[in-house]
Design a protein around this ligand. Structure first.
Ligand code: ATP
Length: 719
């Protein structure tokens, strides 16, 4: 990597665009005092990202911008462009040319541009540190600053040496890792706080979730109980209902019975009465006919008697004396009267009269006629009587058989009535059963409804379940258990469980996420710590090695400059008390106490020199020239050990006498093999070693002018 050119526009005294080409390994810039040479050195600092305006001799960014003169107006911004030849890809950008540009505006803002793209300062710093171009500026030694390395503190020296050894990249990385570590710790704290904040809510939610889970289990239990209970109840109710509908037969049977009873009763009442009345009438008629027949019989007897008497009288045969007939008649009368047969009496009296009145033949004809007539009537009556008699006996036997039939009907009626009362009892039982079943069915429906509400679904109760027989009390027990479970479930209250579960899920996911974050951060903390350790170790080794080499080179350069003597570097631990110690340490006293906690130990670099023929005890005892020689020896030693791509020395050679100027010139030529040198000088010897010479003059308008000059011209320009 090589410096190709630098271009200044409006930077400090360079009002117009001014470019310097670095075609040689040694470029010298010459010119009178105040012409603007140092401004060029500062333009390097500026474009490489220097943040200290003071180190560029300004107070604000604005001070770096061409301030104008009577003839040239001030600029709005200052810009410097540095061009590197990157053919060797020392800068890890895949370009043959790397162009770094920085601009500062009057407002103080800065722009950084890398190969035409706006970038951040740290991008440029990162890129340049790869090529050993650090920010400490050890490769840009400003005017009067040559012995800065001598006057600075041991710690600052260490920083310069670290930079020169190309350790800034590691330091930069370590700082970055430390920054990250700090940030991670902060973030971890924040995330930890978030988790702690979340914890009570999460705890609360997990208690809720536990409750919900318990309630869910309980609900499952209820569902199982319901399934069995409802299944059994369903089977029971259906069986009972079927059984009841089979029980319709008593109803029918009772209806039939009622009809039968009615029929039997009617039958029993009706038949008996009718037959009795008929019998009574027949019997009465029979008696009447019998009386009439007896009367006619008597009348016939009387007629026949009279007729016989008449015949005896008329034929003397069998004639009865009148007195005898009379006494017979009187005896019959007496007999008849005794037997109250009034009619017979009357008939006999009439006979007797006739006997007395009629005697002889005429009476005989009439009597025969009478006897014939009576005989006919009697015969008719007898037939009638016979008929009635037959009827009565027929009726009687009919009544008898009817009475038998009635007894059967009565028995039947009785049986029917007793059966009916049995049926009534059975029906009452059925009605009671039916009412109970209705209540049971209603309760079954109610349980179904409740189950659906409670479980959010109707349980599958008509499954493949097979139930063993058990007494009805089994279901009652089951129902009581179910009631108890339902109460527990209702108390558990699954109200807004979905929201709670959702919130729990979200919260625990968030917590898990935060936990993972903490885990990630712990791992990244661990790897950062390891990285820091490794970097520290690398730095330590490289630094120690580097110090060894630099010390050797330093001594060589020193001996060369002073023609003898010796110089060395030593790493020292500088202890800085963090707080006021009990008693200040006396000089030379070692702090061996166990107060280390209160002491910050820093490593620094101490310089020891020994000038020939002089007993020099400290750097402060050196003359100005000796200081310049010592610092040059050290700067050159550093550059020799880890050659920077370029080195800018602003009048480092100012205090050298002729002999030392020569030695200086030799060393420069030596260094230029490894590093490009840009030397601002008034020293003739130095100028003579340069391949390219630039002369800077100050114009009447207060602006610097640059021109390429030859050695002889340079001598003229420089003075
Ligand atoms: P010497 O040889 O004495 O060290 P030099 O050549 O290094 O001098 P510089 O110090 O670079 O000179 O230049 C200083 C000059 O630059 C001064 O004249 C100063 O007025 C001028 N200058 C500095 N800043 C600005 C600015 N912002 N605008 C205009 N001129 C400026």
């Amino acid at each position: 990597m090589r410096l190709k050119s630098i271009e200044l526009t409006g930077f400090k005294s360079f009002s117009k665009k001014t470019a310097l080409e670095f075609g040689s390994s040694i470029t010298a810039i010459v010119g009178p005092n105040g012409s603007g040479k140092s401004n060029i050195a500062e333009s390097f600092r500026f474009v490489l990202g220097e943040q200290s305006i003071k180190s560029m001799r300004g107070k604000r960014g604005e001070d770096l911008i061409w301030n104008g003169s009577s003839s040239t107006p001030r600029a709005g911004r200052a810009g410097v462009t540095l061009v590197f030849d990157n053919a060797d890809r020392a800068l890890t950008l895949d370009f043959d040319e790397v162009v770094v540009e920085r601009m500062v505006h009057r407002g103080g803002s800065n722009d950084y541009v890398l190969n035409g793209s706006h970038v951040r300062l740290r991008d440029i710093a990162g890129l340049l540190s790869q090529a050993n171009i650090g920010a400490s500026g050890h490769h840009i030694i400003s005017q009067g600053e040559a012995d800065r390395i001598l006057s600075s503190s041991a710690r600052e020296r260490r920083e310069m040496i670290e930079d020169a050894l190309g350790l800034t990249g590691y330091l930069y990385k370590r700082e970055e890792a430390e920054r990250k570590l700090l940030k991670t710790a902060e973030h971890m704290k924040e995330v930890g706080a978030l988790r702690r904040e979340l914890l009570p809510h999460l705890k609360f939610l997990s208690v809720q979730v536990k409750k919900i889970e318990d309630a869910t289990k309980l609900r499952e239990e209820v569902a199982q109980h319901y399934t069995e209970y409802l299944g059994r109840e369903d089977v029971y109710v259906r069986a009972a209902r079927a059984e009841l509908s089979e029980g319709e037969s008593p109803q029918n049977e009772r209806r039939l019975l009622d009809k039968n009873i009615e029929r039997l009763r009617a039958q029993l009442a009706r038949k008996h009465d009718a037959d009795s009345d008929e019998l009574v009438a027949l019997e009465r008629r029979g008696r009447d006919i019998s009386k009439e027949r007896e009367r006619l019989s008597r009348e016939l007897g009387a007629v026949e008697g009279e007729l016989r008497a008449v015949e005896r009288l008329a034929g003397q045969e069998g004639t009865v004396p009148l007195a005898e007939a009379r006494s017979f008649g009187e005896r019959i009368v007496q007999m008849a009267e005794g037997a109250h047969w009034a009619d017979i009496g009357a008939l006999a009296r009439a006979f007797l009269q006739k006997i007395s009145l009629h005697a002889g033949g005429t009476a005989q004809g009439e009597l025969a006629q009478q006897r014939r007539e009576l005989g006919h009537s009697l015969k008719a009556l007898e037939a009638q009587e016979e008929e009635v008699h037959t009827k009565v006996s027929a009726l009687r036997s009919a009544i008898e058989s009817e009475k038998d039939a009635g007894r059967d009907a009565e028995r039947e009626l009785f049986a029917a009535m007793s059966r009916r009362s049995e049926l009534e009892t059975a029906l009452a039982a059925l009605r009671a059963r039916s009412e109970l079943l209705e209540r049971e069915e209603a309760r079954f429906k109610e349980e179904l409804r409740e189950a659906a509400v409670l479980l959010g679904r109707v349980p599958e109760y008509r499954g493949e379940m097979v139930f063993d027989d058990e007494p009805r009390s089994g279901q009652e027990d089951r129902r009581r258990r179910l009631e108890r479970l339902k109460i527990r479930l209702e108390e558990a209250g699954l109200g807004n469980s979905r929201e709670v579960l959702e919130e729990y899920r979200e919260t625990s996911e968030r917590d898990a996420f935060l936990e993972r974050e903490i885990g990630d951060m712990e791992r990244s903390t661990e790897s950062l710590r390891r990285l820091i350790e490794e970097l520290t170790e690398t730095l330590q080794t490289r630094f120690e090695e580097g110090i060894g080499h630099i010390t050797k080179e330093f001594n060589d350069f020193f001996v060369l400059m002073f023609g003898g003597g010796s110089a060395s570097l030593a790493v020292v631990k500088e202890s800085r008390l963090r707080r006021v110690a009990s008693s200040p340490l006396l000089e030379g006293e070692e702090d061996e106490d166990d107060e280390e906690e209160d002491v910050e130990v820093e490593e620094g670099i101490e310089i020891t020199v020994s000038i020939p023929h002089k007993r020099v005890k400290g750097l402060h005892m050196l003359s100005g020239g000796e200081r310049a020689l010592t610092s040059i020896a050290l700067i050159f030693a550093m550059s020799a050990v880890n050659p920077p791509p370029f080195l800018i020395l602003d009048e480092t050679d100012a205090a050298l006498d002729e002999a030392n100027s020569r030695r200086y010139g030799d060393m420069i030529e030596n260094l230029s093999r490894k590093s490009q040198l840009i030397l601002i000088t008034h020293n003739r010897e130095t100028m003579s070693r340069a391949g390219v010479l630039y002369g800077v003059t100050m114009g009447a308008d207060g602006a610097s002018k640059l021109l390429s000059v030859k050695f002889e011209e340079a001598l003229a320009v420089a003075n």
